[in-house]
Design a protein around this ligand. Structure first.
Ligand code: S3P
Length: 168
């Protein structure tokens, strides 16, 4: 069973992915961490030194590498993963995709304190961040909406997350 968690930055993909892996007894992968390890540098450095395009290629390569070499896992994707190449189709064909659809106001509240390691928002003032979230969220929604299942509840409960996945 391959489970991919998708959703905007700050939606808790890594947190819930780790819990889910633990509960289901599945290996957990964090795609950002895989990219970081394979590049030997942090994500802001990849963006600054090699550009976003290179990052997106590395993201896709690591997504394929894990998917093709493991039977079962939970993966927390990056916020942009489903929006580049044909990653959303690839993930839907390989397993179950779960969109954690956190309300925008909540994303803003979380991201305001977590800008530094996210190159797309690290330079933004607080009011610019609000506009960025709103615009990016509406651009990306079309990809997120293709997920096998969506978690809209806030706060999330792990059992509900599991039930949704098994009914997807
Ligand atoms: C990105 C989200 C980040 C990371 C990179 C780009 C995005 O992951 O992949 O900074 O395009 O939304 P998180 O969603 O884990 O912050």
């Amino acid at each position: 069973m391959k489970i991919y968690l998708i959703g905007f930055m700050g939606s808790g993909k890594s947190f819930w992915g780790r819990s889910l892996g633990h509960k289901l007894g599945l290996q957990f992968f964090d795609l950002d961490e895989l990219v970081k390890e394979s590049a030997g540098k942090a994500i802001p450095e990849i963006f600054a030194q090699e550009g976003e395009e290179k990052f997106r290629l590395m993201e896709k390569d690591n997504l394929h590498l894990i998917t093709e070499s493991h039977e079962s896992f939970v993966m927390a994707c990056g916020g942009g993963t489903p929006c580049y190449f044909n990653n959303i189709d690839y993930m839907n064909q390989s397993g179950i995709t779960v969109w954690i659809n956190t309300p925008m106001e909540e994303l803003y509240r979380r991201l305001i304190n977590e800008k530094s390691h996210r190159p797309l928002i690290s330079e933004l003032e607080d009011d610019q961040l609000r506009n960025f979230i709103s615009k990016k969220y509406s651009d990306r929604r079309i990809f997120y909406e293709q997920a096998s299942t969506t978690i809209d509840e806030e706060p999330i409960e792990i059992q509900h997350l599991i039930d949704k996945i098994f009914h997807a």
